[in-house]
Design a protein around this ligand. Sequence first.
Ligand code: CTP
Length: 405
Amino acid sequence: MRIVVGVGGGIAAYKACSLVRKFTETGHDVRVIPTESALQFVGKATFEALSGNPVNTGVFADVPEVPHVRLGQEADLVVIAPATADLMARAAMGRADDLLTATLLTARCPVLFAPAMHTEMWLHPATVANVRTLRSHGAIVAEPASGRLTGADTGPGRLPEAEEIFALASLLLERADAIPRDLEGRRVVVSAGGTREPLDPVRFLGNRSSGKQGYALARLAAQRGAHVTLVAGNTVGLDTPAAVDLVQVTTAEQMRVAVDKHAAGADAVIMAAAVADFRPVHVAAAKIKKGAGEPNSIELIKTDDILSGLVQARRDGRLGAAAIVGFAAETGDENGDVLTYARAKLKRKGCDLLIVNAVGEGRAFEVDHNDGWLLGADGTEQALDHGSKALLASRVLDALGPLLR
Ligand code: CTP
């Protein structure tokens, strides 16, 4: 695919280098178009070497090639990272005073702005209005990350990590309409990753969940406008998604407490976590040793089912009207196939949507791709085609929309 990476003049311009690299490594043809001020931060030679293509900022280079029209027309995706306040202001006004803004005017493909600026600039009514204008023109303006900015100050305005911009961009290449602002004003709780149940200070019972599907859901819900709380168990060291409140937990019981707390007043709860069904009855205070007194079995007790608890709380009027979404990882066996088990689980759990993944043989766990079925309490069943976990997340959020009260 042909991707234009536009780079604005901010300190985060250095992160555009990793982004360009990710695109070229995944086989895309990348044209980098920096603004004149972006070149104060990263040299033209760096972008040329990383993209393998010539780099210009103005409209008067290579004039016979008409780059100010052609690059936009031919692009499959335009990603602006970092999108500074000034660049977004010029884009919102439809200015065409350099090669990048001219390209933005001629592009008819998805356009993703990844903003980076100081919090005051991001929250200024002028920027807020420009973001609204760009979105009304069909562009996707990503929520910036919160955290340390260039100085000692913190707040929203940080450029999301290259990995995260890459994930959003890749999703737009898979599905151009995957990031609408349909969850604005909604509160969504997502659980992700696997819980760990301690046996002693060094050992635990755990599972193979990576957290990737839950993180993809949290990231996308935030980018679709929701206020997201991500309750995360153990993951494979994933970056916290931009604009998401992260609550870190370890055990099933800690996850239950955190999910219940944040579910109060939420519009939706998505239980993507792999929660332990059992925990050891006894947790040794000191490391269990071989030799005299060594255990030959582990006595287990059931943990609370968080998902069923939420459904019960909603029935009892203790939860409000939150939509409740569950996940099921099934292998099927001689007594039933994956879908048969999933239909029974949907009934048993009583949630509104159940996403079913067939697991085993390198499927679903730890990998970046997923597929399955989406079962609704109203009897609807939709096959989810094989694709990225971000794509599956977008289908789940599409199905969630009509369930929100
Ligand atoms: N879940 C939960 N609390 C638990 C166990 C599971 O909330 N203690 C949630 C998971 O987050 C997931 C759904 O329930 O959304 C399905 O989990 P699964 O383990 O497949 O369901 P079980 O009822 O444990 O069924 P099985 O007998 O197949 O293990």
